[in-house]
Design a protein around this ligand. Structure first.
Ligand code: GRF
Length: 215
């Protein structure tokens, strides 16, 4: 399976995918990484690991449609089957999404449907929830609202600020995103309406979280 990863910044989730592919945990190939930010640290990671990367900046296109057309062209040229949004900060249009229906996934640092949008960890701390977490979901036309593939629960520690909470959530992002990608590569994901089922997934033996398969 060929994966295309869209990034805008640090790229630690991209790194988690690279590491798991290199270790042989996931049988897939990152055929291209596209960044809308030329300064993204994610680009350095690509260079280090010899991964093809392209920068596509919104400001170089007269409208969103043309910007997205360029991204789609690169994805198609590289034979991408699954698109992973790993900290990609642009909202994709319906026409983009329809090109990869149920084959675009996103990692979001909250237990959706709570705390959609930006600064989800801060929203969680400000709200005073006792459990935060992260979600990998299918991308549809709604923002952070598509069918949920996997979530991990992270307890909020009393007195902790959003920086510390974000770090702890991130360490789970780095486990559930590779897990979701692995399920895709194994053809185990079925999407029916809002429900995603994973063939032979084991849930419930670890308190709060699904069993992870070697991550
Ligand atoms: C992560 O917290 C992810 O959940 C959110 O953006 C952040 C990206 O981090 N969508 P990184 O670039 O993968 O390090």
């Amino acid at each position: 399976m060929n994966i295309g990863v869209l990034v805008s910044g640090r790229g630690s989730n991209l790194q988690a995918l690279i590491d798991n592919i290199e270790k042989g945990n996931i049988e897939a190939n990152i055929s291209v990484v596209i960044s809308d930010n030329p300064k993204a640290k994610a680009i350095e990671r690509c260079m280090k690991h010899n991964i093809k990367h392209r920068v596509v900046e919104r400001k170089n296109f007269k409208n969103k449609l043309d910007f997205e057309k360029e991204i789609l062209k690169i994805l198609k040229e590289n034979g991408v089957d699954l698109v992973v949004l790993a900290g990609f900060m642009k909202i994709l249009s319906g026409s983009f999404i329809s090109n990869y229906r149920n084959r675009i996934i996103n990692i979001h640092p909250s237990l959706l449907p709570a705390f959609k949008g930006l600064e989800a960890q801060k929203q969680a701390v400000d709200y005073g929830v006792k459990f935060a977490g992260c979600t990998v979901h299918i991308v549809d036309e709604s923002v952070d609202g598509g069918p949920i593939i996997i979530q991990a629960v992270v307890p909020v520690v009393q007195g902790e600020d959003e920086g510390k909470l974000s770090e702890r959530i991130l360490s789970y992002e780095h486990r559930i995103l590779p897990q979701a990608v692995k399920w895709f590569t194994e053809g185990r994901i079925k999407v029916e309406g809002r429900k995603v089922t994973v063939k032979n997934a084991r849930y419930g033996t670890i308190p709060f979280n699904p069993d992870l398969e070697g991550f």
